[in-house]
Design a protein around this ligand. Structure first.
Ligand code: NAD
Length: 343
């Protein structure tokens, strides 16, 4: 029952869109706009069911609310998903039909890039909606910078210095390679794996990282494990096998369920949730949207303060770090509820 779920999960708005003429089926989820208009990617993929598309949009929109609140960005959380293969023949027509539904929200939802959509698609959507985030720059450097700040906080919590520590990185893509570069520059020993052997080879050449088997990287003997590839890589079977003292990375939803944060805590593994560590990209995207990138690096570096507060709060209150993060985000949102600065 969708109405019950909307209430239960405290969602503001859910729009189910259809345009049978072009074959559009899409969902726009606006979770919370207390801090600002909701921003979130337009994801295009074929879902196994309509219910799965709605669930994905809602989960992702909710995560955006918390990510923005904790990153100090004046935005709310939203997301939209188009339930279609991203190679569908009449792709432009489908995108335009979706954009018209987005336009009806009058700027309450700002579409951005996501899986299955490109800058060109966002430019196309932008011709039909009041605000779009068709980012020109690649935010992955800033995402990586926030991840590295979070890794430093985790090492500090483990009583380790940065230089001489060992970090295992899964995935040397846009974010992972930047993370490897920054860590190598700080005299960290980097172990790395990627399904693309060329990326590993290049990183060994450029940075002197130690290539590690794909099957071993998650369970490497390292101070920090940094998943920077796909989400869902840490499940209930992986947690007991982890050998790292800390888990901090860029991969969205790296835990198959947030409840695993409790298991990590029980094992004494320091964890900075992905939606805190990888918020540098969102901070950069929002700065680009406002056309004001002054102080951007400092604002990304401040992720370290949030991560430290969160790890301390989890210690102090005897709760796992994801619960600590969610209660911090809720306090920020509730503190602004009456004031609603952007209305
Ligand atoms: P990317 O596609 O550029 O890089 C991912 C890399 O992981 C690729 O090199 C790929 O070959 C590798 N890979 C895939 N599966 C693997 C596996 N099983 N084992 C080892 N390597 C594997 O993506 P990205 O932009 O670097 O993003 C990485 C992660 O960070 C994603 O989960 C993304 O959602 C998240 N994230 C990225 C940003 C950003 O600014 N790019 C912001 C927030 C979150």
């Amino acid at each position: 029952d969708l109405t019950a779920e909307l209430h239960q999960r405290d969602f503001e708005q859910l729009v189910i869109c259809r345009d049978p003429e072009v074959g559009l089926e899409s969902v726009i989820a606006v979770h919370d706009t207390t801090l600002g208009p909701s921003l979130g990617g337009v994801r295009m993929r074929r879902y196994p069911s309509r219910a799965a598309a709605v669930a994905d949009a809602m989960d992702l929109a909710q995560a955006m609310t918390y990510k923005a609140a904790l990153a100090g960005v004046p935005l709310g959380g939203g997301k939209s998903v188009i339930n279609a293969d991203s190679r569908v023949a009449n792709r432009d027509e489908v995108l335009i039909a979706h954009a018209k539904y987005v336009a009806a929200l009058n700027g309450r939802y700002i579409p951005a890039l996501d899986m299955g959509t490109s800058v060109r698609d966002l430019e196309l959507i932008g011709r039909h909606v009041p605000v779009v985030c068709a980012q020109r720059g690649d935010p992955s450097y800033f995402t990586a910078r926030g991840v590295v700040r979070s890794i430093e906080v985790a090492l500090e919590a483990c009583g380790r210095s940065v230089a001489g520590s060992r970090v295992a990185i899964q995935g040397l893509g846009n974010v992972g390679l930047h993370v490897a570069r920054m860590l190598c520059a700080a005299e960290v020993e980097v172990l790395a794996a990627d399904i693309d052997p060329v990326r590993v080879h290049d990183a060994v050449d450029e940075l002197g990282v130690t290539a590690t088997d794909l099957a071993d990287i998650l369970f490497a003997d390292a101070d920090v494990l940094a998943p920077c590839a796909a989400g869902g890589v840490i499940d209930e079977h992986a947690v007991p096998r982890l050998r790292a003292s800390a888990l901090v990375g860029a991969a969205n939803n790296m835990l198959t369920t947030p409840a695993l944060a409790r298991d990590l805590r029980e094992r004494g593994i320091v964890h900075v949730p992905d939606f805190v560590a990888n918020a540098g990209g969102l901070i950069a995207v929002e700065a680009e949207l406002r056309d004001d990138e002054s102080g951007l690096a400092d604002r990304v570096d401040a992720i370290a303060d949030t991560a430290r507060d969160m790890v301390n709060r989890s210690e102090r209150n005897g709760v796992d770090v994801v619960s600590a993060a969610l209660s911090m985000a809720t306090e920020i949102i509730e503190g602004n509820r009456k004031y609603r600065p952007w209305f």
